[in-house]
Design a protein around this ligand. Structure first.
Ligand SMILES: [Zn+2]
Ligand SMILES: [Zn+2]
Length: 751
């Protein structure tokens, strides 16, 4: 059932359905007093359940399964490992169009097949005789005659093989008149009808691209990967930015296809994949299917159904949810940019990590997994080195003689002190930008905060507006003149005077991408600037347009949040500015340094043109920070060794498995009491592996207060045993009257 409830439910099967039903088929079942849900058949048996009266299945939707047995097994693994209900996985896995829902009695079918209007000649005009009579009668209405002739031509009426003609096709000629069309329909000359067509584009792209020949380091890396796969199921490919990893992926995909296998190619966000999508489409044509969140639900249903058919896509390029697609003969999984934390689903459950889930998916299918990145996650690096679980292949040379950029740290603390900063810009950065633009080159600026200003403040009394629902300050967005909560979306118009002291001296503090954009326009009024963040890329097309304009040089400066750090290659960028590294380094999380290094190294990797070394200016008020130094020297190993030492000392992943227990409630004092009780009970079982309860950095979201209990387990402890004990404590707690309104959920391997 698509519900966050543990276990399975038994329903009686009417005899009329008995012969038709199979495991993996959907059925409509009643639940509670008035509700109906789409359930999936997991087992057909003759055991009477205890404790509840069995109701009957209302309707059988499928006669062939929409879920393969291997998928159900994968769902079960996910629910067990990530401490959620199987129904949570079901809800996340299946496109909404395959889940029918009821509100009361009526069941809504969400999936709407796409239809096309077509036109044919009316029955009475099929014979040659009647057609000639018709020509005569239409002499006085030449537009109708024209349209008739066009239909006869398009449908190949006088030829051997007739063709179907869509109304769109018939009417797209400018001379076609709607009045003439309606006239012909009125006379019965034209008949219209609709047919169901698919949404999946059927480009006739037949592998027309000449394949890239790998250079020597790429070839060597490919051979090493294949060798690794002889012994290990997972291989980490650590290749510096612009080392040509995609070419290696393409070769591996081709080999898998040649063996009759399917390939899953995972990317962290499809928004950033325009360039890679186009490249793969050119190579694999209509063997490639794309699965992503910005597709309509109907399209996703069609891909799901195609993957169950006799002719599935051989290659699926998709975001994290594509691990849920049916695969019939999976042979290879590629996880590109494996370090990205967007692979981790934060909310709602299942809070799974798509990289780790993909490794499990591949393992269950007997397939191999390749993890690729320029800045491996510390977990993957550890697994490929110390732990010896994965193979490791390195690619250290940049493709086409690209040099790694020169990275300079700029001390903005000192510059601020001397009043030499121009808003968010140091003089060095402005000069470098001016030089680059003067030479006709392009600039990328990275500011990891959207909006105009992180907050506004009353200069007189220090009042700061906060969200009414959440424990965060509101971000000022100038374009919409709104203060917005980035957690719940709540927004208000900024007050003219301070609500606390009634002074009219409200100022904004700090800089988001919107302010950076505005400042640039004052320094470089003649230069075209584009901004890429969540606010400017709501639709897929707007994102693609931004990329295209920058690629073609229509825009010269690109400002962006972390979005610009991901897998984009531009040929003419000579300067990259990181406006404020401190924001990343001060984040309160054990992964903050690792993430800061990855982000900065990835952004820096966008600099550099053929035969010319790029320049990266890294603005920070802490130039001596070890991470700044490691980024500057491109010292991944230095970073990872330092972090591993700290993680081991303070008992963090990859040496320990972490589980966060979150508790939510409207009443803060009751919540504190519950959190204390739960932590105490957990300590009785797990001892000093339990920390907290604490307030998380954002301790209230959407009117619910939040507390967090942190658990750290040695890797040798069995996750299923942890699950069992945790759920027992939770059940006991929630069975007590005063605690039963508490919401408890878990985040395993938080990222
Ligand atoms: Zn005030
Ligand atoms: Zn809020």
């Amino acid at each position: 059932m698509p519900l966050p409830l543990p276990g399975f439910f038994t329903y009686a099967l009417p005899s009329s359905m008995e012969a038709l039903v199979q495991v993996g088929c959907r059925v409509i079942v009643p639940f509670g007093r008035t509700k109906y849900y789409t359930a999936i058949v997991s087992r057909i048996h003759k055991e009477k359940p205890e404790g509840y009266a069995v109701k009957s299945v209302s309707e059988l939707i499928d006669t062939t399964p929409i879920l393969l047995p291997s998928q159900l097994e994968f769902w079960q693994w996910m629910a067990d490992y990530y401490l959620c209900a199987l129904g949570d996985v079901y809800k996340a896995a299946l496109p909404a169009g395959l889940k029918l829902e009821s509100d009361g009695e009526e069941i809504v079918r969400r999936f709407k097949p796409k239809e096309e209007a077509r036109v044919r000649l009316g029955e009475n005009f099929q014979s040659e005789e009647s057609l000639h009579a018709l020509f005569d009668s239409l002499r006085k209405t030449p537009k109708q005659l024209d349209l008739l002739m066009r239909l006869l031509e398009l449908s190949n009426h006088f030829g051997k093989e007739r063709k179907e003609v869509s109304k769109h096709q018939l009417m797209k000629d400018e001379a076609s008149s709607a009045a003439a069309f309606n006239g012909l329909v009125g006379k019965g000359v034209f008949q219209t009808y609709t047919v169901e067509i698919g949404r999946l584009s059927s480009s006739n792209n037949q592998e027309t691209v000449v394949k890239h020949v790998l250079n020597a380091p790429q070839q060597k890396a490919l051979e090493e990967i294949l060798e690794t796969f002889q012994q290990k199921n997972v291989c980490l490919l650590h290749g510096v930015t612009s080392s040509g990893k995609t070419e290696i992926y393409i070769q591996l995909i081709e080999q898998a296809l040649a063996e009759g296998k399917q390939v899953l190619y995972l990317l962290p966000e499809i928004a950033l994949t325009t360039q890679i999508t186009q490249r793969l489409q050119r190579v694999f044509g209509n063997k490639l299917g794309i699965y992503h969140s910005k597709f309509s639900d109907n399209e996703r249903v069609e891909i799901w159904q195609k993957q169950l058919s006799q002719e599935p896509f051989d290659v699926i390029l998709g975001v994290r949810s594509s691990v849920f697609l049916p695969f019939q003969r999976l042979g290879l999984v590629i996880v590109d940019e494996e370090h990205e934390n967007t692979y981790k689903q934060q909310d709602p459950a299942p809070r799974y990590h798509a990289r780790n889930a993909a490794i499990m998916l591949a393992h269950k299918a007997g397939a191999k997994t390749l993890l690729g990145t320029a800045t491996p996650s510390i977990e993957s690096w550890y697994n490929a080195t110390e732990a010896g679980k994965y193979g490791l292949v390195q690619l250290t040379e940049r493709y086409r003689e690209l040099q790694l950029p020169e990275i300079k740290a700029v001390d903005i603390h000192e510059l601020r002190h001397k009043k030499l900063m121009h808003g968010a810009f140091s003089p060095d950065l402005l000069n470098a930008m001016r030089d680059a633009l003067g030479r006709g080159e392009q600039v990328i600026l990275f500011q990891n905060r959207r909006g105009f200003a992180p907050m506004i403040e009353c200069h007189n009394c220090g009042w700061i507006p906060r969200c009414v629902n959440c424990d965060v300050t509101l971000t000022y967005h100038r374009s919409s003149n709104q203060l917005v909560c980035h957690y719940c979306g709540h927004s208000i118009t900024p007050p003219q005077v301070c609500p606390a002291c009634e002074e009219a001296d409200i100022r904004s503090i700090g800089a988001g991408t919107e302010r950076v954009e505005e400042e640039i326009k004052t320094y470089f009024p003649e230069v075209k600037v584009a901004r890429m963040d969540l606010d400017t890329t709501r639709s897929r097309s707007s994102y693609e347009q931004l990329i295209r304009d920058f690629e073609q040089g229509k825009t010269r400066i690109l400002i962006g949040t972390q979005m610009i750090s991901k897998g984009l290659d531009f040929g003419n960028v000579s300067v990259v500015g990181i406006l404020n590294a401190d924001l990343m380094l001060s984040y309160p999380d054990f992964r903050a340094y690792e993430r800061a290094f990855q982000l900065m190294a990835q952004v820096a990797g966008r600099a550099g043109r053929k035969n010319k070394r790029g320049l990266v200016l890294l603005q920070t008020s802490d130039v001596k920070h070890p991470i700044i130094d490691q980024v500057r020297r491109n010292d991944y190993k230095g970073m990872v060794e330092m972090q591993l030492a700290e993680r081991q000392m303070f008992r963090y992943p990859p040496y320990y498995r972490m589980v966060y227990v979150y508790l939510k409630h409207r009443n803060a004092s009751l919540l504190d009491q519950m959190a204390q009780t739960m932590a105490t009970r957990l300590r009785l079982i797990f001892g000093d592996r339990v920390m907290g309860p604490d307030r998380p950095p954002v301790a209230r979201v959407q009117k619910l207060f939040i507390r967090k209990i942190m658990l750290k387990f040695e890797m040798k402890v069995n996750p299923l045993r942890i699950r069992e004990l945790l759920l027992k404590v939770q059940q006991d707690l929630l069975s007590e009257d005063k605690f039963k309104t508490l919401t408890v959920y878990y985040d395993v391997d938080p990222a």
